[in-house]
Design a protein around this ligand. Structure first.
Ligand code: FAD
Length: 465
């Protein structure tokens, strides 16, 4: 049994429903979804919504929520911070349409939880996009200006005093606040989606990894069985790098998290009581939030990447001691009142990073529709709801605003091939680390380091935005 995150342990302990059976023997389905994270589960639910009589089967390698969907920071954010990149990839009109849809998706997530009785600790308490060094100040200016051009003002600009008061920490030098953002307990959401999917008649098979895909016949094979499907949806997140056509588009980068023991009195005393999700503006971003039982969950992206995009158990094993120590040190620097609180948990997971930080969707060549989607680059909690719409419409061969959306055009940017990709990322990350470390200390950065760090694809190590 692979190690579980704090979130998934909590979610599994709260369940009393029956386990989902492994796939045994041959089966047939109109659509087979591979992967039981948010993308696969939202897609399965959307398929049933569009065609209630369709038979839908979902196979998951381990248990639903085992991947990043049960291990993430739980920030449910819109794509407003990514508006400039969306405009670059899709043009102004389509970018704005999708950004608005992503903001609606956050609210829809809350309505879904309410309607379906899923207590995923959904809290619409907003997001503080902060600067924790002088160099980070104003990082949000481009996004703010693009939003204003679209006639919207999703962000309120806060003074240093205001953000310090709300976050209970003097480490924040400035911020903007997006009130529409929310937080969830991520694994409770994943397991709640699974429960609702089962209630809708979707056949869920856990501990049933896809081991072979017959692209011509549309057969999904697992160790114990097979599904002959009219269409297949590949929703395996960072594992999609295993598909040769998609490998150039995804780099698996780690994001690592720690959680303190419950410290509600300290939160109260410091004033961080509004439940705001917080991140700073580093490339190797820090992100932190509180939990319902008064813990601080604190994470950082970009400590590790792997050769050839292979997602292995290293992403799920024990956090390397150096990474854990680094996170503990940064927690106390950014949230000083957490000093001395016991860190009870540490875990990590793979981020499916694309060159421009946006997801992509498409269809593999072949007779049977085999559609795929991934590449959220660390921002999939709310956007995966939109992915479900894109993938369900595509799998059913519908022509609508979702199958026709600008993100559904196959592989966008490509990373260089290996070994250049692995070695290049290594060198660039070292430069980014040095640059941001010096900026944190208010020190100058030499031109070479700045130049090499500047080679990082936009937001390469960044998650949560
Ligand atoms: C530490 C961390 C923090 C993050 N923080 C945030 C955040 O705060 N906000 C945010 O928006 N995003 C965050 N993310 C990203 C977010 O978690 C993902 O974008 C999102 O969960 C992607 O969902 P998914 O369903 O596409 O993929 P996954 O959750 O990866 O699901 C894919 C599933 O496919 C299964 N699978 C793989 N191979 C096979 C196979 N061969 N057969 C069957 N099943 C298979 C896996 O077991 C897994 O369950 C974070 C990610 C990490 C790792």
């Amino acid at each position: 049994m692979p190690p579980r995150s704090l979130w998934l342990r909590e979610a599994l302990a709260a369940e009393d429903g029956a386990a989902s059976p492994e796939l045994r023997g041959p089966a047939r389905a109109d659509v087979c979804v591979v992967g039981g994270g948010y993308t696969g589960l939202w897609t399965a639910l959307r398929l049933k919504e569009l065609e209630p009589d369709a038979s839908v089967v979902l196979v998951e390698a381990d248990v639903c929520g085992r991947g990043p969907s049960g291990r993430n920071g739980g920030f449910a954010l819109s794509w407003w911070p990514k508006i400039e990149t969306l405009v670059k990839r899709l043009g102004e009109e389509e970018a704005v349409r999708l950004v608005r849809a992503s903001a609606d998706a956050v609210a829809e997530l809350g309505r879904f939880c309410e309607r379906e009785g899923v207590d995923a600790h959904f809290r619409s308490s907003g997001w503080l996009w902060t600067a924790t060094s002088p160099a980070q100040l104003g990082s949000w200016e481009g996004a703010l200006a693009a939003a204003v051009r679209a006639g919207e003002r999703p962000f309120a600009v806060l003074s240093a005093d205001e953000v310090q008061r709300r976050a209970g920490s003097p480490a924040h030098l400035g911020a903007v606040f997006e009130a529409g953002a929310a937080t969830v307990q991520p694994a409770l959401l994943a397991r709640g989606l699974r429960r609702v999917a089962r209630d809708r008649g979707i056949g869920i098979h856990e501990r049933s990894p896809l081991v072979e895909l017959d692209r011509e016949q549309g057969v999904v094979r697992t160790p114990g069985g097979s599904v002959q499907a009219g269409a297949v949806v590949l929703a395996t997140g960072a594992w999609l790098a295993g598909v040769p056509e998609l490998r150039p588009a995804i780099v698996a980068v780690s994001s690592d998290m720690i959680a303190t023991e419950p410290i509600p009195e300290r939160l109260e005393k410091a004033g961080w009581t509004g439940g705001e999700a917080i991140s700073n503006s580093r490339l190797m971003v820090h992100y932190y939030r509180t939990t319902r039982d008064g813990r601080i969950a604190f994470g950082q992206g970009g400590h590790r990447h792997v050769f050839g995009g292979r997602v292995d158990e290293a992403f799920f094993g024990e956090t390397p001691p150096a990474t854990r120590a680094h996170l503990e040190r940064d927690l106390v620097r950014l949230v000083p009142f957490a000093a001395g609180a016991e860190v009870t948990d540490a875990w990590g997971g793979p981020i499916d990073r694309t060159a421009d930080g946006l997801p992509f969707f498409g269809r593999l060549p072949g007779r049977v529709p085999i559609v795929y989607g991934a590449g959220y680059s660390g921002n999939g909690v709310a956007p995966s709801l939109l992915a479900g719409r894109i993938l369900a419409s595509s799998a059913l061969g519908r022509e609508d605003e979702w199958s026709g959306c600008g993100l559904n055009r196959g592989v966008p940017g490509r990373f260089p091939p290996e070994p250049a990709r692995y070695l290049g990322a290594f060198v660039v990350r070292a430069a980014v680390r040095r640059k941001e470390g010096r900026e944190d200390e208010g020190r100058s950065v030499d031109a070479v380091t700045r130049k090499v760090a500047g080679l990082a694809p936009q937001g390469f190590f960044r998650v949560n935005r």
